[in-house]
Design a binder for this molecule. Structure first.
Ligand SMILES: CC(C)(COP(=O)(O)OP(=O)(O)OC[C@H]1O[C@@H](n2cnc3c(N)ncnc32)[C@H](O)[C@@H]1OP(=O)(O)O)[C@@H](O)C(=O)NCCC(=O)NCCS
Length: 159
């Protein structure tokens, strides 16, 4: 039976390893900002010892940014559970909005977030090219065979 819990300091090595396996490095880059696991909070869904879902976030200046979201068993409600948890956490901590950056190739994520009340607010054209200079492991071609180029900001207003 999968269980959801908050990440702790003890999870940092595993979080770094998870990001290396799923995102090609232990840092996440968005809009030129570098996010490291030790700066972030998060929630993990576990099935026994296995991490099957992970969301990390960063709260600053009354806004919550989702810095990563992964479901390793898609279509079973894990992604929804994690995003609902992030919405509840943001509300509990008085954030006026929850936002995130995804990329132009990630059609699945663009659909997933919009169906859950997020709206596209900004397209940072060619921003991935800048991110790639900081993190060269970011591929040139992304999901769905689409050139990986733009960062897209989606937000959900909470107040
Ligand atoms: C985007 C992502 C997090 C979604 O996670 P997920 O676990 O598949 O999400 P869910 O299972 O909650 O929802 C996916 C679909 O499955 C459906 N679903 C959920 N539980 C279901 C169930 N028990 N039976 C049938 N369908 C179900 C949902 O309704 C949803 O469809 P909808 O979007 O049309 O409403 C996941 O695809 C992922 O990790 N992608 C790769 C990493 C990524 O792109 N992350 C986001 C980058 S910003």
């Amino acid at each position: 039976m999968p269980t959801l819990r908050r990440l702790t300091q003890d999870d940092l090595p595993r979080l770094r390893q998870f990001w290396i396996e799923h995102w090609g490095g232990e840092e996440m880059i968005a809009r030129g900002n570098v996010y490291r696991p030790e700066q972030l909070e998060g929630f993990v869904i576990e099935d026994g010892d296995e991490w099957i879902g992970l969301l990390t976030f960063f709260i600053k200046d009354g806004e919550c940014e989702v810095t990563s979201l992964d479901s390793l068993r898609e279509g079973q409600g894990l992604g929804s559970m994690l995003i609902d948890k992030a919405i509840a956490e943001s509300r509990a901590r008085n954030c006026k909005r929850l936002f995130l950056i995804t990329t132009n190739d990630n059609l699945n994520a663009l659909g997933f977030y919009q169906k859950r009340g997020f709206e596209i607010v900004t397209i940072y054209r060619s921003a991935v090219n800048a991110s790639r200079k900081i993190k060269p492991s970011i591929p040139l071609v992304g999901m769905n065979g689409i050139p990986l180029r733009d960062e897209i900001e989606l937000e959900k207003m909470l107040k």
